[in-house]
Design a protein. Structure first.
Lengths: 251, 232
């Protein structure tokens, strides 16, 4: 057999093997939740590698927590959209009118006031907010674990993602069910010992400390448990992903 | 004609080139959203920076002194940065495995003990500074300075740029916290990532300058075809 034909044979064999490996990996990946919703397109391979690697190695890894003396003296609130009339009306009542709606693939739809949310469970963490731009700060976050809310609503077995919506309708996002049930994923209503200030997302914001700051959506007012993100927007899983930012922000 | 570069070296060289430029362009784009650097764990516009770059920013929240804000390019830049990082990492793994198996590091990169004698070091250095093109006399081997430069880039700078990059990832830092605590915090990691990147860009300039002095077409051809012309 000549060298050229052996090389061609080898190349063809490797290409065929490579294609079937990729196809098999895609099937297995979808089965075990290793493919992010924004995996289509040019940057799908990199996104999928990162998401799959983090889920395979660190599904239960804990975000770093810090001693109290490391809490930033000057946390940075970043800019938020101008609050509308409806928000100001909630604010005027001290947010006693604020409600968190929970629906989707659950047995018991909920409509929780902040007091009812606090009564479910309380969790505290001193974690870092890391913005994709590069800056960061450390704060104490006090809130109710998202998992406790999901338990109260009794999630159906086919649930795969939790979509969260904000009073700012342009700011919806979602996490997979593992991230949603992670002990450090909380609905925060307190910060540094006090109530959560409005510039930091008060009265209620999501905190996902294993991911970049933009996953920690401010002014959360609705959770929807779903088995697929295909029907949400263009199916990429979040407003940020629609705007060209990656859905999985653990990098 | 004699073989100068093996197939693995040539393929990984050009894949690394591709990844490097993608990382450089996207890295600069991401940097423009916050061209300030800090030391320690945290840092933001409310804190005094270690140093700032005198460039405009793509965010209105950053006080740059410029009266305008650049367009936000972080979406595709971040996607491209991490995809290219995977390309660099996987290419690096293939290169290291092959380099260990074939003896490429020992034969071509690690300086020989004779080259490390002080008289030899001085001679090589003097020759290299006086006539950088002198290395072209032996197109089949690297002299001491070349070997040291490549060893530092391959075994120190590239691993450091990957490490400092991973240390900034909240997901990776959760999996392996020592990545960031050993560096003194996330903002230290970011500042070091920038410093190592600058060092790599400086290496690129020297690398390209030497290439031009030694004969750009011949050297690039050697890295594509693997062959070097040797005059008897």
């Amino acid at each position: 057999m000549s060298v050229v034909s052996r090389r061609m044979l080898l190349t063809a064999g490797l290409a065929a093997a490579g294609t079937s490996v990729v196809a098999a990996a895609a099937t297995v990946g979808r089965r075990f939740g290793l493919v992010p919703p924004d995996a289509a397109g040019w940057f799908g391979p990199g996104e999928t590698l990162t998401y799959a690697a983090h889920r395979l190695v660190g599904r239960h890894a804990m975000a770093r927590e810090f001693p109290r003396e490391m809490i930033s003296a000057k946390p940075f609130a970043n800019s938020t959209r101008r609050r509308d009339e409806a928000f100001l009306a909630h604010q005027a009542t001290g947010f006693t009118t604020w409600r968190l709606a929970v629906d989707g693939l659950i047995e018991r739809p909920l409509l929780l006031s902040l007091d009812e949310l606090r009564a479910l469970a309380v969790s505290r963490q001193i974690t870092e907010v890391s913005c994709e731009e590069g800056w960061s700060y450390i704060a104490e976050w006090i809130g109710t674990p998202l998992g406790a809310v999901l338990d109260a609503a009794v999630v159906k077995p086919e649930a795969r993602y939790v979509v969260y919506q904000s009073h700012d309708e342009d700011a919806w996002d979602s996490v997979d069910i593992d991230e949603a049930r992670h002990a450090q994923t909380i609905l925060a209503w307190g910060m540094n010992g006090g109530e959560l200030p409005v510039p930091f997302g008060g009265p209620l914001r999501m905190r996902v400390p294993r991911q970049l700051g933009y996953k920690s959506t401010k002014f959360v007012n609705r959770l929807v448990v779903v088995d697929s993100l295909a029907d949400w927007g263009t199916g990429k899983g979040s407003a940020d992903a629609e705007g060209g930012y990656s859905w999985y922000a653990g990098i | 004609m004699r073989r100068r570069h093996s197939g693995v070296v040539r393929v990984t060289h050009w894949l690394t080139t591709l990844a490097f430029f993608a990382l450089l362009v996207s890295g600069i784009e991401v940097l423009l959203s916050h061209p300030r650097f800090y030391w320690g764990e945290t840092g933001n516009v409310g804190e005094t920076p270690l140093f700032s770059l005198p460039v405009p920013s793509s965010r209105s929240t950053v006080p740059t002194g410029y009266g305008y804000v650049l367009p936000d390019q972080n979406g595709w830049s971040r996607y491209l940065h991490f995809q290219s990082a995977w390309l660099l990492g996987l290419t690096g793994v293939a290169y290291f495995v092959s380099g260990l198996r074939t003896g490429h590091f020992r034969r071509n990169l690690v300086p020989g003990s004779a080259d490390l004698r002080w008289s030899a070091v001085r001679r090589t250095f003097a020759e290299h500074v006086r006539v950088p093109a002198a290395s072209a006399r032996d197109p089949l081997s690297y002299n001491l300075l070349q070997r040291l430069a490549y060893v530092v880039v391959i075994f120190v700078l590239v691993p450091c740029v990957i490490w400092t990059g991973l240390a900034m990832s909240p997901g990776f830092a959760a999996i392996w916290p020592a990545t960031v605590t050993l560096l003194g915090g996330k903002q230290s990691a970011r500042t070091l990532h920038f410093a190592v990147s600058v060092a790599l860009v400086l290496f690129l300039f020297v690398h390209l300058a030497m290439l031009v002095l030694a004969g750009f077409p011949a050297r690039v051809r050697a890295m594509i075809t693997g062959d070097a012309e040797v005059r008897a």
